[in-house]
Design a protein around this ligand. Sequence first.
Ligand SMILES: Cc1ncc(COP(=O)(O)O)c(C=O)c1O
Length: 399
Amino acid sequence: MKYQFANRMSNVKASAIREILKATADPQMISFAGGNPSAEAFPVKEIEKISADILSHEPISVLQYGITEGDQEFIQAATKFLNRHEQILTDKDQMLVTSGSQQIMEFAAKTLCNEGDVVVCENPSFLGALNAFKSLGAVLRGVEYKDGQLDLDALEKALQMEPKPKFIYLIPNFQNPTGMTMSLEVRKQILALAKKYEVLILEDNPYGDLRFEGEAIPSIKSLDQDGLVIYAASLSKIIAPGMRVACAVAPREIIQKFVVAKQASDVHSNLWAQKVMARYLCNYDMDAHIESIRKIYKNKCYLMLEEMKKHFHPSVQYTKPTGGMFIWVTLPEHVDMLTFVKKALEKNVAVVPGNAFLDDDTKECHSFRMNYSTPTDDKIREGVKILGQLTYEMCEVSS
Ligand SMILES: Cc1ncc(COP(=O)(O)O)c(C=O)c1O
């Protein structure tokens, strides 16, 4: 049988990260390629207890079908949680509980984009979102960074070009893959541009709570008075990604369309997970829990940066995140990044080639992504040393 697949999937490849992660199944491999929360960061005992309580006292509430919008108890708890420091959900908004925030990316493209419509994104940006947009027929228009911030002139040009984009996809806090954070001024200017050109913003904020240095910066959603922002909040990075619970917050009209998309997709998000999350948010000290995760990531990030400073060739540049899970490393131009990544893999260290995160992965790229949340401290020391030796071999040999 010759299988005939739909055109819309033709330019979506199996995720480069997933492919590399397959290689990391080898126990010898030191993986800086993932983006998983640290094994120490899960509130296992609490989840076990809440879950046992629910299953023994009200099992049918989580075993029966639920409503598409989400479990009311969870929606109330999540609204209170999201609005605790700034107003994310206003009177004009509605929330939809989704199966991870990945599903919000899918619904945004599904409900807003026709085949060939343009989505503006940061270049580089989160591969999972870019693949979701592409798989629904959208075309990516990437905007580069300049001096550590999104290039606003380039963004304005991208908004002026035809065809007019449907939305701008942004990760303002501790971006995946770069670890960079947008300044307040840049957020305000992006919002002003979105208003001027009447283009929606999809603000993806899975890492906002993982700040371990400096002051929180208001979300674009909290600055928006004009119904321009769709906000994606996820509990994956602060509670547990396996539970697949996230929240889309946006003007009602948009959420109503998302609800229809969800009915056609998976009917509703997992009720057990929503109930457990609701009770965890309400009955436990979330601030203390988040503080404990921040401490873990701060230590891991600083350890990785310290080891990189010690072992990496001085011509190699990298970001210094103040939160989140990733460091973006840039090799000098004369070093071939893909060869570097392959050689690292041969030495049992996995990182993700940076071109995987571009609007067009055939573009020249000298960067790769490193994750510090998943590996143990010993693996961080060992793996960075190996990469460091490789930077000396490759940066000096080819210079
Ligand atoms: C920027 C970004 N957005 C969204 C997601 C998806 O998270 P989830 O679907 O688990 O909420 C990820 C996961 O790594 C991410 O890095």
